[in-house]
Design a protein around this ligand. Structure first.
Ligand code: MD3
Ligand code: FE
Length: 218
């Protein structure tokens, strides 16, 4: 069976854990019960630190809008990618990580063999139909020993999970509302991205997908 057969093109049963690589686990529906509270917390963050489209060092505007909460927030501009303590848009510190976020991220990490994960950064990505993220590595963090925890909310997306070379053909992994993925160890520096989003309005979020990415950046 190929991984494509494992993930049919519809939401799978919840409370299923799937290993897609040695240190990458999909926890189907792990955040489903908390999803409305997570969305409310995102709305609270975005009242203080609005979603915005950042520009890459190459001068391209990202199709994904983003914001952050936590001690450190990921930013991009013509000068490069970096983590910053303050929001460049408002000049204020990023809003704090809600306890609900911290608790969810550390429970998901502990479930998958990474006890004691305390993120200091939460990147919040917002996708609308057609938005995508091209293949890249996450390597702006200090400690690649810490895992990354990602939470998908709203419309489904096809996650592209590549190898250690940009040219490695990526696996296509559908991610649904409430899914949590934990990536660590040997998979931490794999190339990854998100295919252009299809429009399939979601009851809670309409034509949007929100992804929370928890990291230990500092
Ligand atoms: C796999 N975001 O913001 S999160 C990103 O759905 C990003 O918005 C995607 O990639 C999104 O940088 C995916 C999941 C993710 C994050 C880091 C990884 C997957 C990863 C690092 C290594 C391998
Ligand atoms: Fe990434």
């Amino acid at each position: 069976m190929t991984s494509g057969d494992l993930f049919a093109d519809h939401p799978p049963a919840n409370d299923v854990r799937v290993a897609v690589a040695p240190a990458t686990l999909v926890l189907r529906g792990f955040a489903l019960a908390e999803a409305p509270a997570l969305v409310a917390a995102v709305e609270n963050v975005t009242q203080q630190a609005p979603f915005r489209h950042m520009v890459t060092p190459g001068g391209f505007e990202m199709s994904v809008a983003l914001t952050n909460c936590g001690q450190l927030g990921w930013t991009s501009d013509r000068r490069g990618y970096r983590y910053a303590t303050h929001d460049p848009l408002t000049g204020n510190p990023w809003p704090p990580l809600p306890d609900l976020f911290l608790d969810l991220a550390s429970r998901a990490a502990a479930e998958t063999g990474f006890p004691g994960f305390v993120p200091d950064a939460c990147l919040i990505n917002r996708y609308v139909p057609g938005a995508r993220m091209s293949l890249h590595q996450d390597r702006d963090e200090q400690d690649f020993g810490a895992p990354i925890v990602s939470v998908s909310l709203g419309m489904p997306a096809t996650f592209l999970f590549g190898g250690h070379q940009r040219a490695d053909k990526p696996q296509r992994i559908p991610l649904f509302h409430g899914d949590v993925v934990v990536w660590g160890g040997p998979d931490r520096l794999r190339y990854h991205g998100v295919a252009p989003l299809k429009d399939a309005p979601h009851p809670l979020l309409g034509s949007r997908r929100i992804n929370l990415t928890f990291r230990k950046a500092g």
